[in-house]
Design a protein around this ligand. Structure first.
Ligand code: GLU
Length: 421
């Protein structure tokens, strides 16, 4: 096996490797293919100087990593977060390889990141950061090379700045260089809601297999951003009882359920969930341990761990975030019989509709939202049922089954393409 690498300092990278190694053994993967999958194809580290509003220059660290290019151009989000590191971005790029392969998308996995707290920057500073980051990684991106998308701390506006910066260097508009763009410049209907909507489709299938109804189920959502808020709203509309939610500042709880529409109006005025009338305050960590049927961690990584998984009351956990459960937390949940819908399956709705956006852009032909939603439902439902069936056949949990399918497809790509030269 490869000697220690630059990436190993990151807990998330070590988790991703441990998952790969465990599944490679289960799949009897050849040593050479396994070895190839343990390291990214390429990783770029850049420094990004930004003239701040106060006139001083601050320099930020940025990364773009291509994990595997064997199944097609690479695809994956760009995150702005104060804890971003090379190892974390590399781990997330690896997860994107498995996620895209599991969903049958013609992509390899990539990820980008900038180590910054975006909430501390003005809009002007964020624009300059984004444009300079894009200029620094420009050799690695392109519509048939690597296509970034939003992730933690980035959004449609970030993608519009990236697309514009790239387009300026080409002398023409190149909408296909990013997905998750505003609709007016080539974005897709339904992309913003796609990850949250995909979570709902995955949960439906899980409940169906478990013989449970969604109506009346108590649901807790950690993280009320683009993923968590959409999932909460859709589930509430379908009759689930949303008993607790949180954002970066903390959580709120009401055992009888929250009115999600009123909560959204409250957030629009106050800027956060805290203080919503009729609720008690709970911390982000305590929220995970509140009594409920379904827990949706849709915030950041490493939330359900060996030291708190025992106290999670939910019987179904749907991973809206990437990597919210550590391997120790995962094995506690597994031993307790909790059904965990893993990140690469549960939150794949985002990249699925990114793929639809990319295809629509390449064809200059845009679909109606109802068409996008029904195709998303079909892809998610089929993937869920394949993973469920494989889990039953192999006697494994859903994470192992999902990784087995994703990893074996990428491995097959390496097998048929062979080693250059
Ligand atoms: N950032 C999302 C993810 O982790 C979406 C990536 C994409 O659309 O390319 O899956």
């Amino acid at each position: 096996m490869t000697e220690k690498s630059e990436f190993d300092d990151s807990p998330m990278f070590r988790t991703a490797l441990a998952q790969l190694d465990r599944v490679a053994a289960k799949l009897n993967l050849e040593a050479d293919v396994h070895e190839r999958l343990r390291l990214p194809r390429r990783a770029l580290v850049v420094s990004i100087p930004v003239r701040m509003d106060d006139g001083n220059t601050q320099v930020f660290l940025g990364y773009r990593v291509h994990h595997s290019t064997v199944l097609g151009p690479t695809k994956g989000g760009l995150r702005y977060d104060k804890d971003v590191s090379l190892g974390e971005v590399t781990a997330l790029a690896m997860l994107m390889s498995w996620k895209c392969a599991l969903m049958g998308l013609p992509y390899g996995g990539a990820k980008g990141g900038v180590r910054v707290n975006p909430r501390q920057l003005s809009k002007r500073e964020l624009e300059h950061l984004t444009r300079r980051y894009t200029a620094e990684i420009i050799l690695l991106i392109g519509p048939d090379l690597d296509i970034p998308a939003p992730d933690l701390g980035t959004d449609e506006q970030t993608m519009a700045w990236m697309m514009d910066t790239y387009s300026m260097t080409q002398g023409k508009s190149v909408p296909g260089v990013v997905t998750g763009k505003p609709i007016i410049v080539g974005g897709s209907a339904g992309r913003r809601e796609a990850t949250g909507r995909g979570i709902v489709y995955a949960l439906y299938q899980a409940l169906r297999h478990l013989g449970l109804e969604l109506k009346g189920r108590k649901v807790v959502v950690q993280g009320f951003g683009n993923v968590g808020s959409v999932a909460a709203r859709l589930l509430w509309r379908e009759g689930a009882v949303i008993t607790g939610v949180s954002d970066v500042k903390g959580g709120i709880w009401n055992a009888n359920g929250l009115d999600v529409r009123q909560l959204e109006a409250y957030i629009a005025e106050s800027g956060g969930v805290s203080g919503f009338p009729g609720t008690v305050a709970v911390s982000n960590t305590d929220l995970l341990e509140q009594p409920c049927d379904v827990l949706i961690p849709a915030a950041v990584g490493g939330q359900i761990r060996g030291d708190n998984a025992e106290r999670v009351k939910a019987t179904v956990v749907v991973e809206g975030a990437n990597g919210p459960t550590t391997p120790e937390g995962d094995s506690v949940l597994r031993d307790r019989g909790v059904t965990v819908i893993p990140d690469i399956l549960a939150n794949a709705g985002g990249v699925i509709v990114s793929y639809f956006e990319w295809v629509q852009g390449l064809q200059y032909y845009f679909w109606r939202e109802s068409e996008i939603t029904s195709r998303l439902q079909e892809v998610m439902t089929r993937a869920f049922n394949r993973v469920w069936a494989l889990g039953q056949k192999e006697g494994t949990d859903l994470r192992t089954a999902a990784l087995m399918e994703g990893i074996s497809r990428v491995a097959e790509g390496y097998r048929v393409r062979g080693l250059y030269p």
